[in-house]
Write a protein that binds this ligand. Sequence first.
Ligand SMILES: NC(=O)c1ccc[n+]([C@@H]2O[C@H](COP(=O)([O-])OP(=O)(O)OC[C@H]3O[C@@H](n4cnc5c(N)ncnc54)[C@H](O)[C@@H]3O)[C@@H](O)[C@H]2O)c1
Length: 240
Amino acid sequence: MSGELEGRVALVTGAAQGLGAAVSDALAGEGATVVRTDVAGGDVTLDVRDEGAVRDAIAGAAERHGRLDVVVANAGVALVKPLAETSLEEWRGLMQINLDGVFVTAREAALQMAARGGGSIILMASISGLRGSPLIGTYAAAKAGVISLAKTLALEMRDHGVRVNAICPGFIDTAMVRDHEATLTQAIGMPALDVINAKQGRLGTANEVGRLALFLASDRSRFSTAEAFVLDGGSTGSLV
Ligand SMILES: NC(=O)c1ccc[n+]([C@@H]2O[C@H](COP(=O)([O-])OP(=O)(O)OC[C@H]3O[C@@H](n4cnc5c(N)ncnc54)[C@H](O)[C@@H]3O)[C@@H](O)[C@H]2O)c1
């Protein structure tokens, strides 16, 4: 049985674990050839802070496989700290990965795809980029930037057949959330997962994000571009 991405080529950043791994598995499960990149290793070791390395990885994947249909800019880190206590160094350190890294990945993907007749670029944002987000303000500012980047790049690339969309997950069960659970719990004075569960009902799963990415990568979403897709169990839709 052939998958709906048979013959397509994808590249994912931050693909060693968590959402990047689940997205890669979802695309590969439908027959795509997936180039998994990560600073911690993968098919290609890639730190998204290195502009030249990002350019080489994306151009290299396109040349090696003769095409590049899907790029997922997923690599990111978290910082749990009130803005008033955040140093400029900490702010810049996060922005370098979560915003600059996404910009360079998306730009290089757009250039390759425009030259090769089109494609789908997916940027991993967050619901934190849509709302005030106490304790994760630096992270949220970067994600708001990612959403804006997706919308503008999509409009600039529309005539080249390149679609660009952002995914805005709520809290998903990955190391990023589990690793910061204690800090969050301490900061809010009660179990962080209780607060998240009360808002979302439960943590999302990485596979659920993978399935949305698969839709955005495939032709089934061909009328969708310049959009931010929320996947959060209803938490941003709620008044309370
Ligand atoms: N887990 C959530 O609740 C959640 C919610 C919304 C958005 N997101 C976003 O999803 C993305 C993936 O998060 P996750 O939950 O899988 O986290 P994770 O920590 O499990 O995985 C992140 C991956 O990114 C890689 N990475 C970190 N810095 C990098 C760099 N400089 N260059 C290349 N790779 C780098 C890590 O090695 C790791 O494999 C992030 O952008 C995150 O902000 C996560």
